[in-house]
Design a protein around this ligand. Sequence first.
Ligand SMILES: NC(=O)c1ccc[n+]([C@@H]2O[C@H](COP(=O)([O-])OP(=O)(O)OC[C@H]3O[C@@H](n4cnc5c(N)ncnc54)[C@H](O)[C@@H]3O)[C@@H](O)[C@H]2O)c1
Length: 371
Amino acid sequence: MTAEIETLRLDLAERSYDILVGPRLIEAAGRVLLPLMRRRQAVIVSDEIVARRYLAPLRDSLSEAGIAHHTVLMPPGEGTKDLNHFGRLAEQILSAGIERGTMLVALGGGVVGDLTGFAAATLLRGIDFVQIPTTLLAQVDSSVGGKTGINTRIGKNLIGAFYQPRLVLADISVLTSLPRRELLAGYAEIVKYGLIRDAEFFAWLEAEGHSVCALAPDPLRRAVLTSCAMKAEIVAGDEHEEGDRALLNFGHTFGHALETETGFSSRLLHGEAVALGMGLAFDFAAKLGLAAAQDALRVRRHLAASGLPTRLEEIGLAGVPADRLLGHMSRDKKVREGRITLILPRRIGACFVMLDAPIAPLRDFLTAAAA
Ligand SMILES: NC(=O)c1ccc[n+]([C@@H]2O[C@H](COP(=O)([O-])OP(=O)(O)OC[C@H]3O[C@@H](n4cnc5c(N)ncnc54)[C@H](O)[C@@H]3O)[C@@H](O)[C@H]2O)c1
């Protein structure tokens, strides 16, 4: 393994695993996976777009390591994360003749990762799986931490399991083919880590974020590593989201309301919704006198300078009634007993969970934000 590759450990007793970050990891996958395998058999799950570019090198690498493999391809996009596709995927994996020692390999973005992880959690009551995330969002967020799941008509991610992978290979070379908009959506999640826990990292992003988004290898690797390290530390301390893990939802309650309002369509990507949500959370905290207006401005400036949306009118939601957004927010999964829970900042690098957000000021705030 070259010196450009760095390894982090997510510490969860017997379910601990490594996260490798660096270039050309897909080519090395067979060699890295082999020691973890109970049986030299893998089923690769990917989507058609990712497979076109990265399936062949992964297959070659498994073959070179003497690992038998079978591939199941899914259509790209959020629509694939539903019960129908899950059913088809499960049957295709089972018909490949798997046993408990078979390894599932998720090669793709968060959609493939969430779906494959849920298959691993449930097929034969649990088989091993590894994540090879190919979007920036999946590398810094969804592939780490063991949340797996699928969507239903009632809502997103409502069926799922906490189920940890055996390894994460974040191959930063594959990000060169990622559409710019998808890249920036992933960058929003990187900014999130600075905002919730690490003011120095945020300041570094203010200076170097443009190089991260231009895929300069060293800044990119540092940004992915720092994000994964923070996620790993938070998950190790609170695997099932009973405490600090909720901070990772910063920007998500506002963001989720915007995603619901735009119909979870390509009009607004998840990371873009998170960027807008983080800006709203800072502004609302400033309005309540909990955070400095200066910090809110700094956050907004950085997000906008990075090319992320920061105003509701940019996503066609000017004039959206506050009560509609409040309605979406109160149906969010994180709602407890009908109250709205918000993750709010005290300053850049420090956030907290507000269990019972004051509704009247929130309504006024949202009305002004949409004006
Ligand atoms: N499990 C978690 O903790 C967690 C956290 C955050 C988000 N998520 C989930 O992640 C999903 C979103 O993931 P995503 O943003 O990665 O989207 P995605 O998986 O839909 O990928 C986005 C698009 O990029 C394409 N693509 C992927 N890698 C590529 C590459 N290297 N080059 C070119 N194209 C590439 C895909 O084919 C797809 O069309 C959502 O379903 C969300 O719920 C899960």
